[in-house]
Every structure is written in structure tokens, then in C-alpha cells.
Ligand binder design. Structure first.
Ligand SMILES: [Zn+2]
Ligand SMILES: [Zn+2]
Length: 980
């Protein structure tokens, strides 16, 4: 009996040593000293320091004997459940002497025991450790931070919220911040662990970011830490910067700060540094690819950045075709930093200079195959064979998506005069292009079978960008290779693609996913770029099908975002915040962008295809549809391509609603104050302010005063061309026949109107360049003050601090221009041009507070509701009053735009108000203001917001401040909600 049971135990306890059992029984003897029987069961509680020390030591001894194969054993699991309360309680006693020991043992436990065993005790572990961060003892803080650092990365979505609650209750974040900021010399390890902990918290909980980047003292302290000589500390600081930069507002703050981290970042990427430090540098560079950061990086560090990235991509070697984890993470890190290549700038030339084509090829094809590539190919077939062989080796799968993305970026931003002589290895580029084209063919086959993969979109996009590359060399290489590869199935492909698009736009319910649809559009655009197949697309009604697809997706706002479809971007991008207002090249308008790109190519060649009957008879329809798409689109890419397409039909420029409104000023020709006189004494009356802002070379700023001025133009200026140019200045676009385009080109060149010139020359839009803005707000400053003929005063109090550079008026006011106000608003026009009292006066009071007045005037001058309200972290960290203060100007404008019939402004304001309706406090304020101004739609919205908590609000007395009538409305909304 005895022997069999001991045999049983030996069976179950295989792997456990005798020493384990000895130490375990010592452990339990020690633990027994502190166990107390209480109502809820046995609880660990001990206040005697010597006993605590004894217990913690026996835990330590127990953990020390643990080997990795024992650590998941059931007996160990059981012991962990008993160890955690004892260690936790000891830490919570906050006795310095034992705390150090206990926190050290916690760290030991985290290292010895796998997370799966610890998981069920996470909260019991985090609580004592996080409350010990309040200690002033440097070793204790360091050890507690180390312990948390080893737990936080493993949290699941499930326990993430509870852990955050604990961190909040124990004020962990503010203690860490204090520790980092507190002066005095400390060991490097302290800095490493505390900054690492801070970055882990920031990564996981976006709401923690604001109090870090908004704290200048802390940022200074972090910068000081970055000067520590230890490389691992530098890496920790860079990681912290990356975590801060996950918040766009935070990233901006870092870039603007006097201790901008860019220099540290670039230094750390240097190939002489250890891999982990380089990787952290790359990760930060990726975070800074937002607009401001990109410009600064390219401007100041273009060359060193290219060097480091290229060395990160190429400093590896593999014998077995497999890379170590560390190598892979360095390469993918460098790939992520390579995102910078996808943007325009002067940095591309550095990448070419460093032989980027060979570097990329080496990531696709193994060295064995690369060595066999000859310097020259005898035929395209041979080129294709080498590429096929190389690809078939199935090398480095993880980085392929990146390689396609980088290749696409290089092709899109390649200089026009790029030639093969600028390459280190022409044959490598040729193979690279061929590999991409082969990838495209595979993707096309797969999407026809409804298979999708991230790589498909990326490789197809790369091929598209090569075909439409500004470099003739790359474009012709890609075209000839792709034509050959697609030949066997081309006609069938085209038929299939056009059919699918047609089904979608004709409203037939079809199961094609967004990703597949984008693939189809890219494929059509690629086929349209290949002369052999373009004709076939045209014959199969390609123009008509594309146009109606574009129209349907624009009108129904069918959008597909790129970010969501591309998981190959580094994982830390998942929890970004404050990025909602980024204006983008494609935004969520992928369908429009690629659809228009294909359409543009067909239109471009339609002249050479004789039987374009459809186009001839549907020209007007096409023009009005493309104009509509341009006006309603948000992303700059689709807008550019609309403008480009329109240029083939005699429309040059950039249609916007704002421009169309300002066109009123030109057509009515009222309140002009400047005369343009031609050599033959013909003359045109115009508005000085518009010329000043839109075309400075025609009208230099010096020497003009109030009143009517004259400008005498040179004998070369032709009246007709001048009138067209004015059309562009007022409306943002013009219509002109071929006969006048030549004269216009000269005029546009003289006036340095680059975007117009580009459209007059029908240059294909440059990838990712921003859409020309039509913004007259600079006229509100010194630039336009000499033409100001009206002062707009805000209502309300005078500001003591108010200062105007132009006058002594102490009421907040703006110096504006009647011409622009009258063009933008019929109400203003009635006020200013009617012969009423106001129209004589040079100053009027507008029934708006100062903040609302600025926005109204900016709307008239730029068509945009700016400045935008605080958003993201900045918004969430305002108190209720602060939020209300932000919203009030929009409510005021909402009311005013209703009575002034400014429909678009009304809609925009409503959008802002709806977005900010996030608390009962806000809702009670909005409902009151709405009722006072008879804006019943606002009342309804606020009531709807309060409806779900109506009973609670009534019982807690929160509705007392509302009129009975309003309470009734809320009640009705709550009833309506229940009856739904
Ligand atoms: Zn944020
Ligand atoms: Zn003034």
C-alpha cells in the first residue's frame, strides 16, 4: 500500500528533485508562520519583520531551485498561489528593509515561472508592486519597475482594463513620472527600468499619454537621461519616444521641442551600434513619418537616414536561408523606417546612390541565384527565367510585402531624368521589376478566384506605380515585362475585371470584398497603361464602366481605407491616437483613386483611338461627373486625378465649393478697387485683395495704398488670356479652348502659378503631393490689410489685452474685405451693398463671440471651419467647462448659419457639435442653448443623448436646472427609445 502510493507520487512528480521537495516543505513551514484563520478563510498576515524576512528568503530559495522543465508542474502552480499573497502582503507593509528583498523575489518569480502559471494571479501581483512605486528607495523602485516590465507585455485584452484600474488607484503613473524627474544621481539600471515601464504603459493605455507629453519638465528629464552613456538606456529612451509618438499630438510636441529626439534617433541607427539600438531608432523613425516629422527628417537627415536604413537592410548573412530572430527584427525595423521612401522629397537619390535595387533584390532572392544573374540579358524571356528561378527559392517571406512597398515608393518618386547609368546594377533592377510583374500576375489569378492576401495588393500597387512612374526608363521596363507576362490571359482578364466593376456599380448585390475591389481597380489601371490592351478595354466600354463605378462610389461614399488592409505595418501602430485629422493622399478613398487613375489613362489616349463614339457623345456628362467627384472628395489623390482628367476637356484647375462661391465676386464685379490696364488701353476692374493673395508676382506688395489703384500690364498680355487667368484666381479653375492655352501657359509661368501650369501642360499628378489650397486667410493679416474696407467686430466684452496692429479699437475685431464677404454670403451682401446704414459704415458688429467670428471669417476666406476644435488627447483632458467652452463657438455659428442660410457651414458645425456631445453636462448645456435659440434640432439631439439615462437623471436631481418643457422633451425621447 505504502509502496504503491509512493510509486504514484514518483510517477506524477517526474522531473522534480529531492531538493525541490525539501525546499518546498521549508517554504510551507515558513508560510505557516504568517497564516491566520479569518472569517473568509485563511489569510496571510504578518507584521513581524524578522518573520517576513524569513518567509521571503525561503520563497527565494524555493524559486532558485526551479529549472525550466519544473516550472509548469501542478505542484509549482499550487505553490505560486500561496507565494503571491505572502510576497504581496510583505511588500504592502512598506518596510524598506524587507521591501527590497520582497521586490527582488517578485522579479525572480517573474523570471522563473512562465506567464501562463502567473496569469490567474496578475491582479494580486500588480497591486502590491504598483503601490510600492510610491517608495523613495531607488533599488525598490527599480525592482518594482522591472517586475512590472516583465508582466505588462503579456496582459490580455481581458485583464488589461483591471490592471489599468489598479495602476490608477495606486497612482503608479504619477509616481513613475516623479521618480524620473527627481534629481540626484542614480544608477543607469534605474533609468532603464523606469523609462521602459513608462513606455510600456503608454503603448498599452493611450489615455496615459497626455500627462507625459504635456509635461515639459518630464520631457527635459527624459532628454537628460538620453545623454547617459549606457546604450541600453538610450534604447529605452527611444522606445519611450516611440510610445509618446503613438499620439499624434505627442509626436508633434516631441518634434517641436528644443530637445527634438531626431538627432538621437539618427545616431542610434548607425550600423556600428548593436542591433537592438538600431531597431529602436528605426521604430521611432516610423512613428515620425507623419507630416511634420517627415519633412524634418528628410530636410535635415536625408542622407544619414538613407545610409542607416540601407545598412539595416543589408547587414545580414544567412547560411541556411533562415535568419535569427534578431536579424529579422532589424530588417523589418529598417523596412518600417523605409516608409519614408513612399513620400516625395529629395531623399530618394541617396537610396539609389547606395544601390537600393541590389539591397531589395537580396531580400527577395537568395545569394546563390543572385550570383548567377548576368550583367546583360539576351531577351525578356531570359530575364523572366532568372526571376522565376530566384523567386521559386521561397526566401525571407516576412519582408516581401515591405519590399513591394519600397519598390513602389521608389518608382513613384523617381526623377524624370533617371537613367540606367545612375544604377549600381541595371540587371538587378530588371530582375526586381520582373519579380514584381510575376507577383502581379499571381495576384491577378488569385483575386479572380476570390483569394486575398496582403502581399497581392502591395505587389500590384508596386507594379502600378512602376507603370506610371515619372521615370520613362522604369515605366517602359515595367510595361514591356508585364505585357509579356499577361499576354496569355489578357483578353479574358479584362472582360472579367470590367464585368465585376459593372456589376458593382449597377447595384447588383455582389459579394466582392473591399480588398478585392481595390485589386480589380488596380488591375484595370495597369491594363490601361499597356498600349496593347488599352484598346481592348475601350472596346469593352471601359470608359463608361469606370466612370459609373467612380460616380457610384463617390455618391454613396463607398470607401475603403488602406491602413486597415495592411497588417504588415509594424504592430505598435495599432493603438495610435489623435490621428483623425490627417489629410491624406488617398484617405479612405482607395476606390476613387485607382478608378480615376485608370480613367485618366484611358482619357489621355482616347484621342488616338478613333472609334471613341461613346466619349464624344457623353463628354458633358463626364465633365460634370468628374467635377462633382472632385468637389466632394476629401483625399488629395482623387482630387488631383479629377483635375488631371478635366484638363483633357478644356477645364484647367481645381474645382471647389469655396472657389465657386468666390466666383460670385468676379461675375458681379462689385466693389472693385484695382484696375488692370493693358497696353492697348483695354482695362479690367478687379479686387486687389484676391490678386494680392492668389498671384503676388502680378501685384507686388510694396507701394500700394488705400483707394483705387492701377496696374499697367506689359504689351505681351492679351485680354482674353488675362480674363481666363482671373477666372482661375477667383474660382480656382477656368475653362478655355486650345487656342488660348498657349498664351495662358506663358502668363501662368510669369505669375508662377505652378499647379495651374501643370494642368495646362497636362502633366500627370505627382504621387502624394498635396492638393493646391485655395486659402485667402493670409489677406486677414498684413498681406491684405491695405485692401481692407470693413471691420468686423465680435460681440461681448472688450479684452484688456486686446491689441491690433492696425488700429486702436479695443473690441476684438478683424480687418476684412467686402468683396470676399459679399461673394460668400448673400446676407452679408444685403448688409454691405444695399444702401442700408451698414453699407455706408466701415465697421459692423456681428452677433458672435470672438472665437466664433474667427471661424466664420476663416470659412469665408478658406472654405474651412478652422481652427479645429481640440481633439483626441487634448479634448479628453479638458474638464467639462473647458469642453463646453470649445463647443460654444460652434453652437453660435450653427445658429447664425441657419439664419444666414449658409447650408454647408451649418452642416459642418453640426458635425462638430455631435462629436462633442459626450457627457450629460454637455447635453444639458446644449439642450438649454438650443432651446434659447430655437434650434430644435439641437434640442432633439441632446434629448436623445440623455434619453437612456432619463430615470437616473431625474432621480438624482440632475434635471432640475432644466425647464419643465425641456424635461418633457427628454422624457418623450426616453419613451420613444423604449418603444422602439
Ligand atoms: Zn493622443
Ligand atoms: Zn484693428
Amino acid at each position: 500500500m505504502r509502496s504503491s502510493s509512493s510509486k504514484q507520487i514518483t510517477e506524477n512528480n517526474r522531473g522534480l528533485t529531492g531538493r525541490f521537495f525539501t525546499l518546498r516543505s521549508r517554504l510551507y513551514n515558513a508560510l505557516g508562520l504568517g497564516l491566520r484563520n479569518e472569517e473568509g478563510g485563511r489569510r496571510w498576515s504578518c507584521t513581524d519583520v524578522e518573520t517576513q524576512r524569513h518567509v521571503v528568503r525561503s520563497i527565494e530559495a524555493f524559486l532558485d531551485c526551479m529549472s525550466s522543465d519544473m516550472s509548469s508542474h501542478p505542484l509549482v502552480k499550487e505553490s505560486v498561489a500561496d507565494i503571491v499573497p505572502a510576497l504581496g502582503a510583505t511588500l504592502l507593509q512598506k518596510n524598506d528593509a524587507v521591501m527590497k528583498l520582497a521586490s527582488k523575489v517578485f522579479v525572480k518569480m517573474m523570471n522563473a515561472i512562465p506567464y501562463s502559471v502567473i496569469e490567474s494571479h496578475v491582479l494580486d501581483i500588480v497591486h502590491p508592486i504598483s503601490s510600492s512605486l510610491s517608495s523613495c528607495n531607488v533599488p525598490v523602485i527599480t525592482l518594482c519597475a522591472t517586475a512590472l516590465n516583465s508582466i505588462l507585455p503579456y496582459l490580455t485584452l481581458k485583464n488589461e482594463r483591471d490592471v489599468w484600474k489598479l495602476l490608477e488607484e495606486t497612482e503608479a503613473l504619477s509616481y513613475i513620472i516623479n521618480h524620473i524627474q527627481s534629481s540626484g544621481s542614480k544608477p543607469a539600471e534605474f533609468f532603464f527600468e523606469t523609462t521602459s515601464l513608462l513606455s510600456k504603459i503608454l503603448q498599452r493605455w493611450p489615455s496615459s499619454r497626455f500627462c507625459v507629453w504635456n509635461n515639459n519638465g518630464l520631457l527635459d528629464a527624459i532628454h537628460a537621461i538620453s545623454l547617459e552613456p549606457m546604450l541600453s538606456v538610450k534604447a529605452a529612451v527611444l522606445q519611450l519616444y516611440s510610445a509618446i509618438a503613438l499620439c499624434r499630438n505627442g509626436a508633434k510636441k516631441l518634434l517641436d521641442s528644443r530637445n527634438s529626439p531626431l538627432q538621437l534617433m539618427v545616431k542610434s541607427m548607425d550600423c556600428l551600434n548593436p542591433n537592438y539600438l538600431q531597431s529602436t531608432g528605426f521604430a521611432l523613425a516610423e512613428c515620425f513619418v507623419i507630416e511634420e516629422g517627415r519633412l524634418k527628417m528628410i530636410e535635415s537627415y536625408g542622407e544619414p537616414l538613407a545610409k542607416s536604413i540601407v545598412s539595416g537592410l543589408s547587414n545580414w548573412s544567412s547560411q541556411s536561408g533562415k535568419l535569427t530572430k534578431e536579424q529579422t527584427s532589424l530588417i523589418t525595423g529598417a523596412c518600417c523606417a523605409c516608409k519614408i521612401i513612399c513620400w516625395p522629397g529629395k531623399h530618394h537619390k541617396y537610396f539609389w546612390k547606395l544601390g537600393i535595387e541590389s539591397v531589395l533584390l537580396r531580400l527577395l532572392v537568395d545569394d546563390f541565384h543572385i550570383r548567377q544573374i548576368p550583367e546583360h540579358f539576351s531577351s525578356l524571356d531570359e530575364q523572366e527565367t532568372f526571376a522565376r528561378d530566384g523567386l521559386s527559392a521561397n526566401f525571407l517571406h516576412v519582408v516581401k510585402p515591405h519590399v513591394w512597398d519600397i519598390l513602389g515608393g521608389l518608382a513613384a518618386h523617381c526623377a524624370e531624368d533617371f537613367t540606367a547609368q545612375m544604377l549600381k546594377s541595371e540587371s538587378h533592377l530588371k530582375i526586381l521589376i520582373t519579380c514584381a510583374c510575376l507577383g502581379f500576375a499571381v495576384s491577378l489569378r488569385s483575386t479572380r478566384q476570390h483569394c486575398q492576401h496582403v502581399e497581392y495588393e502591395l505587389v500590384s500597387r508596386a507594379v502600378l506605380l512602376m507603370i506610371y512612374s515619372p521615370s520613362k526608363y522604369i515605366s517602359s521596363q515595367a510595361k514591356s515585362v508585364l505585357s509579356g507576362i499577361l499576354k496569355p490571359n489578357a483578353k479574358e482578364d479584362i472582360k472579367y475585371l470590367l464585368n465585376t466593376l459593372n456589376t458593382t456599380s449597377s447595384g447588383v448585390n455582389n459579394p466582392v470584398s473591399d480588398n478585392l475591389q481595390v485589386m480589380h481597380l488596380i488591375s484595370v489601371a495597369c491594363y490601361s497603361g499597356l498600349p496593347q490592351y488599352r484598346r481592348h478595354i475601350m472596346k469593352n466600354q471601359g470608359l463608361k464602366i469606370l466612370l459609373s463605378f467612380i460616380q457610384v462610389s463617390s455618391r454613396n461614399h463607398i470607401h475603403a481605407r488602406r491602413m486597415n488592409t495592411l497588417p504588415h505595418y509594424c504592430g505598435h501602430n495599432m493603438k495610435m491616437c489623435c490621428y483623425e485629422f490627417e489629410e491624406d493622399w488617398q484617405g479612405d478613398e482607395n476606390f476613387l483613386l485607382f478608378g480615376l487613375l485608370g480613367l485618366a489613362e484611358l482619357v489621355h489616349h482616347s484621342g488616338s483611338i478613333k472609334d471613341q463614339v461613346w466619349l464624344k457623345s457623353n463628354e458633358d456628362q463626364l465633365i460634370s461627373q468628374v467635377q462633382e467627384v472632385c468637389i466632394n472628395s476629401f483625399a488629395s489623390g482623387p482630387k488631383w486625378y479629377c483635375a488631371y482628367i478635366l484638363s483633357y476637356f478644356g477645364f484647367y484647375g481645381f474645382p471647389t465649393k469655396h472657389g465657386n462661391r468666390l466666383g460670385n465676386a468676379l461675375s458681379r464685379n462689385e466693389i472693385t478697387n484695382l484696375t488692370l490696364v493693358l497696353a492697348n488701353q483695354e482695362h479690367v476692374n478687379v479686387h486687389g485683395v484676391i490678386l494680392r493673395v492668389r498671384c503676388p508676382p502680378l501685384f507686388p506688395s510694396e507701394g500700394r495704398t488705400f483707394g483705387r489703384n492701377e496696374i499697367r500690364l506689359s504689351a505681351h498680355v492679351n485680354l482674353q488670356a488675362l480674363l481666363k487667368l482671373l477666372e482661375y484666381m477667383y474660382l480656382g479653375h477656368l475653362r478655355a479652348g486650345e487656342d488660348i492655352v498657349k498664351r495662358l501657359k506663358t502668363l501662368a509661368k510669369h505669375c508662377d502659378l505652378q499647379p495651374l501650369l501643370q494642368m495646362l501642360c497636362r502633366n500627370r499628378p505627382k504621387w502624394r503631393t498635396s492638393f493646391p489650397t485655395f486659402d485667402l486667410t493670409s489677406a486677414l493679416g498684413p498681406n491684405g490689410c491695405c485692401f481692407s474696407d470693413i471691420v468686423l467686430e465680435a460681440k461681448g466684452h472688450t479684452f484688456e489685452e486686446w491689441k491690433c496692429e492696425l488700429c486702436t479699437l479695443s473690441q476684438p475685431h478683424l480687418h476684412a474685405h467686402k468683396a470676399i464677404l459679399c461673394a460668400s454670403s448673400d446676407h452679408m451682401r444685403a448688409l454691405l451693398c444695399s444702401g442700408m446704414q451698414e453699407s455706408q459704415s466701415d465697421s459692423i458688429k456681428i452677433d458672435l463671440g470672438w472665437q466664433a467670428l474667427i471661424r466664420l471669417v476663416n470659412w469665408f476666406y478658406s472654405g474651412k471651419l478652422v481652427p479645429k476644435p481640440k481633439y483626441g488627447c487634448l479634448w479628453h483632458n479638458l474638464d467639462e467647462e473647458g469642453k463646453l467652452e470649445q463647443v460654444i463657438p460652434y453652437v453660435e455659428l450653427y445658429c447664425l448659419s441657419d439664419s444666414w442660410l449658409l447650408e454647408d457651414l451649418h452642416k459642418e458645425c453640426l458635425r462638430v457639435i455631435v462629436n462633442s456631445l459626450d457627457s450629460v453636462y454637455m447635453a444639458t448645456k446644449i439642450i438649454q442653448i438650443g432651446a434659447n435659440c430655437f434650434q430644435w434640432h439641437l434640442v432633439e439631439l441632446a434629448a436623445k443623448f440623455m434619453a437612456p439615462s432619463y430615470h437616473h437623471l431625474r432621480n438624482s436631481g440632475q434635471l432640475l436646472e432644466l425647464d419643465e418643457q425641456l424635461v418633457d422633451i427628454v422624457r418623450a425621447a426616453s419613451v420613444a427609445r423604449l418603444s422602439q
